[in-house]
Design a protein around this ligand. Structure first.
Ligand SMILES: CC(C)(COP(=O)(O)OP(=O)(O)OC[C@H]1O[C@@H](n2cnc3c(N)ncnc32)[C@H](O)[C@@H]1OP(=O)(O)O)[C@@H](O)C(=O)NCCC(=O)NCCS
Length: 177
């Protein structure tokens, strides 16, 4: 992935001295670097233990680091996502996750936006995901589609998945123009 860097501000509410205060923070979205392997490993392993993501070893993350972008707040990695090429005209969003304390602040959408920009840069017209978070992807302009239209997918990541023959994730697709 070519160097990705963009900055945006999130605002959340926090109880402070018995009144609600608005808390705004800078979020940095950037391409992953070797120092991110451990936080990426921890975040993805946490979701993998709950069956929400496929696990990634530190070795795989190190090898595939250029596929990842991360979101950083106060120097801490709070979100990640990667883009995997499945064919000449199709990429998949993988390992998209936000840490528990930072959900619902728009960070996931910004990461998806960054991955879409990267797909466009590579001139790949279709971006898909297999997910349980259908509403989130619909809010980000994806449509629900049949999994059967993605034959390439079956031959890559799914062969390593324990749910291979009874996959209950939903396929979502966005066609870029
Ligand atoms: C799904 C996930 C990445 C969303 O990230 P996020 O930063 O919390 O999402 P955002 O704040 O950008 O939300 C964008 C919109 O989607 C909505 N949304 C987010 N998660 C949602 C959910 N689980 N169900 C319904 N709507 C959701 C938000 O309310 C928001 O709507 P709004 O624009 O009307 O306010 C995050 O919840 C997560 O890490 N989930 C666990 C891992 C996972 O399932 N990843 C997907 C693998 S493909």
């Amino acid at each position: 992935m070519r160097d990705v860097v963009y900055l945006f501000i999130i605002c959340g509410k926090r109880q402070e001295e018995s009144k609600m205060a608005s808390v705004c923070k800078d979020v940095l979205c950037r391409s992953a670097v070797p120092e991110d392997v451990e936080p990426l490993y921890q975040m993805i392993s946490g979701y993998a233990e709950r069956g929400i993501m496929l696990p990634r070893s530190r070795e795989v993350l190190t090898r595939q680091l250029e596929l990842f972008i991360v979101a950083e707040v106060d120097g801490e990695v709070v979100g990640c996502g990667s883009l995997c090429k499945l064919g000449a005209d199709l990429v998949e969003i993988r390992s998209l996750g936000i840490s528990e304390g930072h959900k619902g602040m728009g960070i996931g959408s910004k990461l998806v936006e960054g991955l879409i920009i990267e797909a466009r840069r590579q001139r790949i017209p279709k971006i898909m995901a297999l997910t349980y978070e259908v509403s989130f992807f619909i809010k980000n302009g994806f449509d629900v589609v049949s999994k059967e239209i993605f034959p390439e997918k079956v031959w890559t990541d799914c062969i390593h998945c324990s749910k291979q023959n009874n996959c209950d994730e939903i396929a979502v697709l966005k066609v870029l123009n």
